[in-house]
Design a protein around this ligand. Structure first.
Ligand code: 5GP
Length: 209
């Protein structure tokens, strides 16, 4: 059986990764398994434990870290976030495409660790900084300090978008989901051609940092 893809979805806070992910997960043709991260950040009103995140204490997070249970983890705006290792590795082996919704630092680490054609890294851009700020404020879950912190961080993050295979501007979720799907399907086709010996182009390996 062909192994699944590791699909990284990254981009600044508030850009719409969560909305896009919820739409993509409904598309059965994409055969996606969403990797639910662990976080020490407080739950937002609409979020569900075990579905959006595993909300844990700093102690629980620390224990998982000690067990070497993450493929990557970060401290982001005073909270910890980590990608559980067993879920990702088991699903990829089982042929499912695993979706990681993670920040730029985490994405960089995953791209280094899982180099090659089975990893597809997609960066989501906001239409403008004004629109990004509007979307963060609309969420209404962060204090003024946290909002400013996230906006500052987003500028640094956007500077790194050239490290990704694809950068998509998120004008509307429907259009972005369609383009996202095309990227996944193109990559799957590419992997199949390499597996059959029809292509040997190592572009995807060379490009990575
Ligand atoms: P938020 O607090 O807005 O849900 O997430 C803050 C940032 O952390 C977002 O960019 C989100 O994608 C990222 N993030 C969520 N889970 C993980 C994770 O497991 N690892 C990393 N590196 N970033 C994560």
């Amino acid at each position: 059986m062909r192994q699944g893809l590791l699909v990284i979805l990254s981009g600044p806070s508030g850009v719409g990764k969560g909305v896009l992910r919820r739409k993509l997960m409904k598309d059965k043709e994409l055969n996606l398994a969403f990797s639910v991260s662990m976080t020490t950040r407080p739950k937002r009103p609409k979020e569900q434990n075990g579905k959006d995140y595993f909300f844990v204490t700093k102690e629980e997070f620390g224990r998982k870290l000690k067990e070497d249970g993450f493929i990557e983890w970060v401290e982001y705006c005073d909270n910890y976030y980590g990608t559980p290792k067993s879920f990702v590795e088991e699903n990829i082996k089982a042929g499912r495409n695993v979706l990681l919704e993670i920040d730029v630092d985490g994405a960089e680490r995953v791209m280094k660790k899982y180099r090659g054609m089975y990893t597809l890294a997609i960066f989501l851009m906001p239409p403008s900084m004004e629109e990004l700020e509007r979307r963060i404020r609309l969420r209404g879950s962060e204090s003024e300090d946290e909002i400013n912190n996230r906006i500052q961080k987003s500028k640094e993050e956007m500077e790194k978008r050239s490290q990704y295979d694809v950068s998509l501007t998120n004008y509307t979720v429907n259009k972005t989901a369609l383009r996202f799907k095309q990227c996944v399907q193109n990559r799957i086709r590419y992997c199949e051609q390499v597996e059959k010996g029809e292509k040997t182009d190592p572009t995807y390996i060379i490009k990575r940092p």
